[in-house]
Design a protein around this ligand. Structure first.
Ligand SMILES: Nc1ncnc2c1ncn2[C@@H]1O[C@H](COP(=O)(O)OP(=O)(O)OP(=O)(O)O)[C@@H](O)[C@H]1O
Ligand code: SF4
Ligand SMILES: [Mg+2]
Length: 358
Protein backbone atom coordinates (compact mmCIF):
# COMPACT_ATOMS: atom_id res chain seq x y z
CA UNK A 1 0.00 0.00 0.00
CA UNK A 2 1.12 3.51 -0.70
CA UNK A 3 1.71 5.89 2.18
CA UNK A 4 -1.49 7.66 3.17
CA UNK A 5 -1.67 11.37 2.51
CA UNK A 6 -2.08 13.64 5.49
CA UNK A 7 -5.56 13.28 6.86
CA UNK A 8 -8.11 15.71 5.55
CA UNK A 9 -6.32 16.25 2.22
CA UNK A 10 -9.16 16.70 -0.20
CA UNK A 11 -9.31 15.83 -3.84
CA UNK A 12 -11.31 17.98 -6.23
CA UNK A 13 -14.57 16.36 -7.27
CA UNK A 14 -13.38 16.25 -10.87
CA UNK A 15 -10.31 14.13 -10.07
CA UNK A 16 -10.62 10.71 -11.65
CA UNK A 17 -8.94 7.97 -9.72
CA UNK A 18 -8.18 5.16 -12.06
CA UNK A 19 -8.94 6.31 -15.59
CA UNK A 20 -6.44 5.31 -18.20
CA UNK A 21 -4.48 2.08 -18.46
CA UNK A 22 -6.43 -0.94 -17.31
CA UNK A 23 -4.75 -3.22 -14.77
CA UNK A 24 -5.00 -7.00 -14.49
CA UNK A 25 -8.42 -8.59 -13.99
CA UNK A 26 -8.91 -8.97 -10.24
CA UNK A 27 -12.49 -10.24 -10.13
CA UNK A 28 -14.06 -12.13 -13.00
CA UNK A 29 -17.73 -12.95 -12.61
CA UNK A 30 -19.02 -15.47 -15.13
CA UNK A 31 -22.70 -16.39 -15.47
CA UNK A 32 -23.26 -15.81 -11.76
CA UNK A 33 -26.58 -17.05 -10.42
CA UNK A 34 -28.38 -16.90 -7.09
CA UNK A 35 -31.83 -18.43 -6.69
CA UNK A 36 -33.65 -18.09 -3.36
CA UNK A 37 -36.21 -20.85 -2.70
CA UNK A 38 -39.84 -19.78 -2.28
CA UNK A 39 -41.40 -21.93 0.40
CA UNK A 40 -44.94 -22.64 1.58
CA UNK A 41 -46.26 -24.20 4.79
CA UNK A 42 -45.23 -23.67 8.38
CA UNK A 43 -44.60 -27.21 9.63
CA UNK A 44 -43.85 -29.01 6.36
CA UNK A 45 -42.03 -26.43 4.32
CA UNK A 46 -42.27 -27.11 0.63
CA UNK A 47 -40.31 -25.32 -2.09
CA UNK A 48 -42.84 -23.97 -4.58
CA UNK A 49 -40.52 -21.93 -6.78
CA UNK A 50 -37.47 -19.69 -6.79
CA UNK A 51 -36.69 -15.99 -6.75
CA UNK A 52 -34.15 -15.57 -9.53
CA UNK A 53 -32.35 -12.71 -7.76
CA UNK A 54 -29.17 -12.98 -9.84
CA UNK A 55 -29.46 -14.88 -13.08
CA UNK A 56 -26.49 -14.82 -15.41
CA UNK A 57 -24.35 -11.85 -14.36
CA UNK A 58 -21.08 -11.38 -16.24
CA UNK A 59 -18.68 -8.69 -15.06
CA UNK A 60 -14.94 -8.06 -14.71
CA UNK A 61 -13.24 -5.72 -12.28
CA UNK A 62 -9.64 -4.74 -13.04
CA UNK A 63 -6.99 -3.56 -10.64
CA UNK A 64 -7.45 0.07 -9.66
CA UNK A 65 -10.66 0.63 -11.60
CA UNK A 66 -14.16 1.56 -10.52
CA UNK A 67 -17.09 -0.24 -12.08
CA UNK A 68 -20.52 1.27 -11.50
CA UNK A 69 -23.31 -1.31 -11.18
CA UNK A 70 -26.65 0.34 -11.72
CA UNK A 71 -30.25 -0.83 -11.73
CA UNK A 72 -33.69 -0.38 -10.20
CA UNK A 73 -34.63 -1.63 -6.76
CA UNK A 74 -34.87 -5.41 -6.59
CA UNK A 75 -32.80 -6.13 -9.73
CA UNK A 76 -30.21 -8.07 -7.72
CA UNK A 77 -27.43 -5.57 -6.98
CA UNK A 78 -27.08 -6.32 -3.26
CA UNK A 79 -27.25 -10.04 -3.94
CA UNK A 80 -24.27 -9.67 -6.33
CA UNK A 81 -22.49 -7.72 -3.56
CA UNK A 82 -23.18 -10.43 -0.97
CA UNK A 83 -22.06 -13.17 -3.34
CA UNK A 84 -18.81 -11.31 -3.95
CA UNK A 85 -17.95 -11.02 -0.26
CA UNK A 86 -19.07 -14.61 0.41
CA UNK A 87 -22.04 -13.61 2.59
CA UNK A 88 -24.14 -15.69 0.19
CA UNK A 89 -23.21 -18.78 -1.82
CA UNK A 90 -23.87 -18.79 -5.57
CA UNK A 91 -26.36 -21.26 -7.00
CA UNK A 92 -24.43 -21.27 -10.27
CA UNK A 93 -21.65 -19.60 -12.21
CA UNK A 94 -18.15 -18.66 -11.14
CA UNK A 95 -16.36 -15.90 -9.27
CA UNK A 96 -12.63 -15.87 -10.00
CA UNK A 97 -10.28 -13.76 -7.93
CA UNK A 98 -6.76 -13.24 -9.28
CA UNK A 99 -7.49 -16.18 -11.59
CA UNK A 100 -8.59 -18.57 -8.83
CA UNK A 101 -12.12 -19.96 -8.52
CA UNK A 102 -13.41 -18.68 -5.15
CA UNK A 103 -15.69 -21.73 -4.74
CA UNK A 104 -12.62 -23.97 -4.83
CA UNK A 105 -10.50 -21.90 -2.44
CA UNK A 106 -9.37 -23.69 0.68
CA UNK A 107 -8.60 -22.35 4.18
CA UNK A 108 -5.75 -19.91 3.69
CA UNK A 109 -6.72 -18.67 0.21
CA UNK A 110 -10.35 -18.17 1.28
CA UNK A 111 -9.25 -16.31 4.39
CA UNK A 112 -7.10 -14.02 2.25
CA UNK A 113 -9.97 -13.50 -0.19
CA UNK A 114 -12.30 -12.54 2.66
CA UNK A 115 -9.78 -9.98 3.84
CA UNK A 116 -8.91 -8.55 0.45
CA UNK A 117 -12.50 -8.14 -0.78
CA UNK A 118 -14.40 -5.86 1.59
CA UNK A 119 -17.88 -4.35 1.58
CA UNK A 120 -19.44 -1.05 2.62
CA UNK A 121 -23.17 -1.42 3.23
CA UNK A 122 -26.01 0.84 2.22
CA UNK A 123 -27.47 1.24 5.69
CA UNK A 124 -25.08 3.15 7.96
CA UNK A 125 -27.43 2.46 10.91
CA UNK A 126 -28.01 -1.28 10.68
CA UNK A 127 -24.49 -2.19 9.58
CA UNK A 128 -22.68 -1.12 12.78
CA UNK A 129 -23.16 -3.08 16.02
CA UNK A 130 -24.73 -0.54 18.44
CA UNK A 131 -23.11 -2.23 21.46
CA UNK A 132 -19.54 -1.96 20.17
CA UNK A 133 -17.34 1.10 20.40
CA UNK A 134 -16.15 2.63 17.16
CA UNK A 135 -12.61 1.48 17.94
CA UNK A 136 -13.75 -2.12 18.41
CA UNK A 137 -15.81 -1.99 15.20
CA UNK A 138 -12.83 -0.79 13.16
CA UNK A 139 -10.45 -3.30 14.78
CA UNK A 140 -12.85 -6.27 14.78
CA UNK A 141 -11.41 -7.89 11.66
CA UNK A 142 -7.93 -8.01 13.16
CA UNK A 143 -9.05 -10.73 15.56
CA UNK A 144 -9.32 -13.04 12.53
CA UNK A 145 -6.63 -11.43 10.38
CA UNK A 146 -4.06 -10.77 13.09
CA UNK A 147 -1.19 -10.44 10.61
CA UNK A 148 -2.60 -7.18 9.19
CA UNK A 149 -2.02 -5.17 12.39
CA UNK A 150 0.46 -6.09 15.11
CA UNK A 151 -1.35 -6.39 18.46
CA UNK A 152 0.83 -3.74 20.11
CA UNK A 153 0.07 -0.82 17.83
CA UNK A 154 -3.65 -1.45 17.25
CA UNK A 155 -5.06 1.51 19.14
CA UNK A 156 -2.76 3.88 17.29
CA UNK A 157 -3.60 2.22 13.96
CA UNK A 158 -7.33 2.50 14.70
CA UNK A 159 -6.95 6.19 15.47
CA UNK A 160 -4.96 6.73 12.27
CA UNK A 161 -7.74 5.06 10.31
CA UNK A 162 -10.41 7.22 11.95
CA UNK A 163 -8.39 10.30 11.15
CA UNK A 164 -7.85 9.13 7.58
CA UNK A 165 -11.60 8.89 7.00
CA UNK A 166 -12.15 12.35 8.46
CA UNK A 167 -13.21 11.46 12.02
CA UNK A 168 -11.76 12.71 15.27
CA UNK A 169 -9.38 9.99 16.54
CA UNK A 170 -10.40 10.80 20.11
CA UNK A 171 -13.86 9.35 19.34
CA UNK A 172 -12.47 5.84 19.42
CA UNK A 173 -14.47 4.94 22.56
CA UNK A 174 -17.79 6.36 21.38
CA UNK A 175 -20.74 4.30 20.19
CA UNK A 176 -22.38 4.39 16.74
CA UNK A 177 -25.52 6.20 17.97
CA UNK A 178 -23.34 9.20 18.82
CA UNK A 179 -22.58 9.76 15.11
CA UNK A 180 -24.51 11.12 12.15
CA UNK A 181 -25.33 8.97 9.10
CA UNK A 182 -22.36 10.36 7.14
CA UNK A 183 -19.99 9.78 10.05
CA UNK A 184 -21.27 6.22 10.46
CA UNK A 185 -20.57 5.57 6.81
CA UNK A 186 -17.02 6.84 7.42
CA UNK A 187 -16.72 4.31 10.27
CA UNK A 188 -17.82 1.59 7.84
CA UNK A 189 -15.16 2.78 5.40
CA UNK A 190 -12.49 2.71 8.14
CA UNK A 191 -13.55 -0.84 9.04
CA UNK A 192 -13.11 -1.92 5.41
CA UNK A 193 -9.81 -0.05 5.11
CA UNK A 194 -8.45 -1.76 8.24
CA UNK A 195 -8.29 -4.99 6.23
CA UNK A 196 -5.99 -3.43 3.61
CA UNK A 197 -8.38 -4.53 0.87
CA UNK A 198 -7.71 -4.86 -2.84
CA UNK A 199 -11.40 -4.54 -3.69
CA UNK A 200 -14.21 -2.70 -1.94
CA UNK A 201 -17.79 -3.48 -2.91
CA UNK A 202 -19.67 -0.27 -2.16
CA UNK A 203 -23.37 -1.19 -1.96
CA UNK A 204 -25.17 2.14 -2.39
CA UNK A 205 -22.90 3.75 0.21
CA UNK A 206 -24.43 7.21 -0.13
CA UNK A 207 -28.07 6.61 -1.02
CA UNK A 208 -29.23 6.73 2.63
CA UNK A 209 -27.35 9.98 3.29
CA UNK A 210 -28.41 13.61 2.97
CA UNK A 211 -27.58 15.04 -0.43
CA UNK A 212 -25.24 17.53 1.25
CA UNK A 213 -23.00 14.77 2.64
CA UNK A 214 -23.20 12.37 -0.31
CA UNK A 215 -20.49 14.21 -2.28
CA UNK A 216 -18.18 14.32 0.76
CA UNK A 217 -18.34 10.54 1.16
CA UNK A 218 -17.87 9.96 -2.59
CA UNK A 219 -14.87 12.32 -2.56
CA UNK A 220 -13.40 10.44 0.40
CA UNK A 221 -13.75 7.13 -1.47
CA UNK A 222 -12.04 8.62 -4.52
CA UNK A 223 -9.27 10.08 -2.39
CA UNK A 224 -8.67 6.72 -0.71
CA UNK A 225 -8.54 5.01 -4.09
CA UNK A 226 -5.89 7.50 -5.19
CA UNK A 227 -3.83 6.68 -2.11
CA UNK A 228 -4.23 2.93 -1.90
CA UNK A 229 -5.07 1.92 -5.49
CA UNK A 230 -7.89 -0.46 -4.65
CA UNK A 231 -10.73 -1.32 -7.03
CA UNK A 232 -14.36 -0.43 -6.40
CA UNK A 233 -17.55 -2.06 -7.48
CA UNK A 234 -19.81 0.91 -6.86
CA UNK A 235 -23.50 0.03 -6.70
CA UNK A 236 -26.21 2.63 -7.22
CA UNK A 237 -29.77 2.75 -8.47
CA UNK A 238 -29.24 6.03 -10.26
CA UNK A 239 -27.04 6.47 -13.33
CA UNK A 240 -26.13 10.03 -12.38
CA UNK A 241 -24.49 8.94 -9.08
CA UNK A 242 -21.91 6.63 -10.67
CA UNK A 243 -21.12 8.69 -13.74
CA UNK A 244 -18.20 10.79 -12.66
CA UNK A 245 -16.49 8.17 -10.52
CA UNK A 246 -16.75 5.08 -12.74
CA UNK A 247 -14.33 3.87 -15.39
CA UNK A 248 -16.92 1.42 -16.64
CA UNK A 249 -20.64 1.02 -16.04
CA UNK A 250 -22.77 -2.13 -15.99
CA UNK A 251 -26.54 -1.75 -16.17
CA UNK A 252 -28.63 -4.49 -14.51
CA UNK A 253 -32.23 -5.44 -15.16
CA UNK A 254 -34.09 -8.25 -13.41
CA UNK A 255 -31.05 -10.30 -12.36
CA UNK A 256 -28.61 -9.81 -15.21
CA UNK A 257 -26.37 -7.22 -16.85
CA UNK A 258 -28.00 -5.79 -19.98
CA UNK A 259 -25.33 -3.30 -21.08
CA UNK A 260 -21.71 -2.70 -20.21
CA UNK A 261 -19.17 -0.19 -21.36
CA UNK A 262 -17.02 2.79 -20.56
CA UNK A 263 -18.62 5.90 -19.17
CA UNK A 264 -18.44 7.47 -22.67
CA UNK A 265 -20.07 4.44 -24.33
CA UNK A 266 -22.93 3.96 -21.87
CA UNK A 267 -23.80 7.64 -21.48
CA UNK A 268 -22.81 8.81 -24.97
CA UNK A 269 -24.21 5.99 -27.09
CA UNK A 270 -26.43 3.71 -24.99
CA UNK A 271 -27.62 0.82 -27.11
CA UNK A 272 -29.97 -1.20 -24.88
CA UNK A 273 -33.53 0.16 -24.76
CA UNK A 274 -33.51 -0.07 -20.95
CA UNK A 275 -30.35 2.04 -20.60
CA UNK A 276 -31.80 4.55 -23.05
CA UNK A 277 -34.97 4.78 -20.97
CA UNK A 278 -33.02 5.16 -17.72
CA UNK A 279 -30.88 7.93 -19.18
CA UNK A 280 -33.85 9.72 -20.64
CA UNK A 281 -35.66 9.80 -17.30
CA UNK A 282 -32.86 11.40 -15.29
CA UNK A 283 -34.00 14.93 -14.45
CA UNK A 284 -32.04 17.70 -16.06
CA UNK A 285 -31.10 20.72 -14.01
CA UNK A 286 -29.84 22.66 -17.02
CA UNK A 287 -32.87 24.61 -18.34
CA UNK A 288 -31.31 25.00 -21.81
CA UNK A 289 -31.20 21.22 -22.29
CA UNK A 290 -34.70 20.46 -21.07
CA UNK A 291 -36.39 21.07 -24.38
CA UNK A 292 -33.99 18.70 -26.16
CA UNK A 293 -34.68 15.81 -23.85
CA UNK A 294 -36.02 12.78 -25.57
CA UNK A 295 -37.96 11.17 -22.76
CA UNK A 296 -38.71 7.46 -23.11
CA UNK A 297 -41.51 6.37 -20.82
CA UNK A 298 -41.41 2.73 -19.81
CA UNK A 299 -44.68 0.86 -19.68
CA UNK A 300 -45.72 -1.34 -16.76
CA UNK A 301 -43.81 -2.47 -13.71
CA UNK A 302 -40.71 -4.60 -13.33
CA UNK A 303 -41.92 -8.24 -13.48
CA UNK A 304 -41.40 -10.48 -10.44
CA UNK A 305 -38.00 -12.20 -10.34
CA UNK A 306 -39.94 -15.28 -9.21
CA UNK A 307 -41.65 -15.41 -12.60
CA UNK A 308 -39.52 -13.54 -15.14
CA UNK A 309 -40.62 -13.24 -18.79
CA UNK A 310 -39.29 -15.82 -21.27
CA UNK A 311 -36.61 -14.79 -23.76
CA UNK A 312 -35.56 -11.21 -23.10
CA UNK A 313 -36.43 -10.20 -19.55
CA UNK A 314 -37.12 -6.64 -20.67
CA UNK A 315 -39.60 -7.51 -23.42
CA UNK A 316 -42.76 -6.77 -21.40
CA UNK A 317 -41.69 -3.11 -21.18
CA UNK A 318 -39.80 -2.72 -24.42
CA UNK A 319 -41.16 -0.65 -27.30
CA UNK A 320 -38.86 -2.45 -29.76
CA UNK A 321 -39.88 -6.04 -28.87
CA UNK A 322 -40.36 -8.52 -31.75
CA UNK A 323 -41.39 -12.21 -31.77
CA UNK A 324 -37.82 -13.42 -31.31
CA UNK A 325 -37.59 -11.49 -28.02
CA UNK A 326 -40.11 -13.87 -26.40
CA UNK A 327 -38.20 -17.02 -27.32
CA UNK A 328 -34.47 -16.21 -27.53
CA UNK A 329 -32.65 -14.68 -24.56
CA UNK A 330 -30.27 -12.09 -26.08
CA UNK A 331 -26.59 -12.59 -25.24
CA UNK A 332 -24.54 -9.74 -23.78
CA UNK A 333 -22.38 -9.13 -26.85
CA UNK A 334 -21.22 -6.35 -29.14
CA UNK A 335 -23.45 -6.35 -32.25
CA UNK A 336 -21.43 -3.64 -33.94
CA UNK A 337 -22.37 -0.77 -31.65
CA UNK A 338 -18.94 -0.76 -29.99
CA UNK A 339 -19.71 -2.33 -26.58
CA UNK A 340 -21.78 -5.24 -25.27
CA UNK A 341 -25.55 -5.05 -24.84
CA UNK A 342 -28.08 -7.86 -24.28
CA UNK A 343 -30.53 -6.90 -27.03
CA UNK A 344 -31.23 -8.57 -30.39
CA UNK A 345 -31.73 -5.13 -31.87
CA UNK A 346 -29.07 -3.18 -30.00
CA UNK A 347 -28.47 0.14 -31.67
CA UNK A 348 -26.53 3.10 -30.35
CA UNK A 349 -28.73 6.10 -29.80
CA UNK A 350 -27.78 9.45 -28.43
CA UNK A 351 -29.77 10.44 -25.38
CA UNK A 352 -29.29 13.94 -24.03
CA UNK A 353 -26.61 13.36 -21.39
CA UNK A 354 -27.52 13.36 -17.73
CA UNK A 355 -26.08 15.97 -15.47
CA UNK A 356 -23.13 14.92 -13.39
CA UNK A 357 -24.07 14.82 -9.69
CA UNK A 358 -22.23 17.57 -7.86
N1 LIG B 1 -32.60 -13.79 1.38
C1 LIG B 1 -33.51 -13.65 0.42
N2 LIG B 1 -34.54 -14.52 0.30
C2 LIG B 1 -35.45 -14.39 -0.68
N3 LIG B 1 -35.44 -13.42 -1.62
C3 LIG B 1 -34.44 -12.53 -1.55
C4 LIG B 1 -33.43 -12.58 -0.53
N4 LIG B 1 -32.56 -11.54 -0.72
C5 LIG B 1 -33.03 -10.87 -1.80
N5 LIG B 1 -34.13 -11.46 -2.29
C6 LIG B 1 -34.91 -11.03 -3.47
O1 LIG B 1 -34.01 -10.99 -4.56
C7 LIG B 1 -34.30 -9.88 -5.40
C8 LIG B 1 -33.05 -9.01 -5.53
O2 LIG B 1 -32.81 -8.39 -4.26
P1 LIG B 1 -31.56 -7.40 -4.02
O3 LIG B 1 -31.61 -6.99 -2.61
O4 LIG B 1 -30.33 -8.06 -4.50
O5 LIG B 1 -31.94 -6.18 -4.98
P2 LIG B 1 -31.28 -4.74 -5.09
O6 LIG B 1 -31.04 -4.49 -6.54
O7 LIG B 1 -30.12 -4.65 -4.18
O8 LIG B 1 -32.47 -3.79 -4.59
P3 LIG B 1 -32.36 -2.37 -3.81
O9 LIG B 1 -32.01 -1.34 -4.86
O10 LIG B 1 -33.75 -2.18 -3.29
O11 LIG B 1 -31.34 -2.49 -2.74
C9 LIG B 1 -35.49 -9.17 -4.79
O12 LIG B 1 -36.65 -9.64 -5.41
C10 LIG B 1 -35.44 -9.61 -3.35
O13 LIG B 1 -36.74 -9.61 -2.77
S1 SF4 C 1 -34.13 -8.12 -27.11
FE1 SF4 C 1 -36.13 -7.36 -27.81
S2 SF4 C 1 -37.33 -7.02 -25.97
FE2 SF4 C 1 -35.19 -7.22 -25.36
S3 SF4 C 1 -34.44 -5.18 -25.25
FE3 SF4 C 1 -33.97 -5.90 -27.29
S4 SF4 C 1 -35.71 -5.32 -28.58
FE4 SF4 C 1 -36.33 -5.10 -26.44
MG1 LIG D 1 -29.66 -3.35 -2.55
Amino acid sequence: MAEPRPSGASVPASTQTARGAMGEALLEIVDLQKLFPLTQGIVFRKTVGHVRAVDGVNLTLHRGETVGLVGESGCGKSTVAKLLVALEKPTGGTIRYKGEDVAKMGGRALKRYRREVQIIFQDPYGSLNPRMTVGDIVAEGWSVHADVAPRKGRLQRTQELLERVGLNPDYVNRYPHQFSGGQRQRIGIARALAMQPEVIVCDEPVSALDVSVQAQVVNLLEDLQDDFGMSYLFIAHDLSVVRHLSDRIAVMYLGSVVEEGTEAQVYGSPSHPYTQALLSSVPLHEPALRGQKDRILLQGDVPSPADPPSGCRFRTRCWKAQDICATEPPALIDRGQGHPAACHFAEAREVVPVEVAE
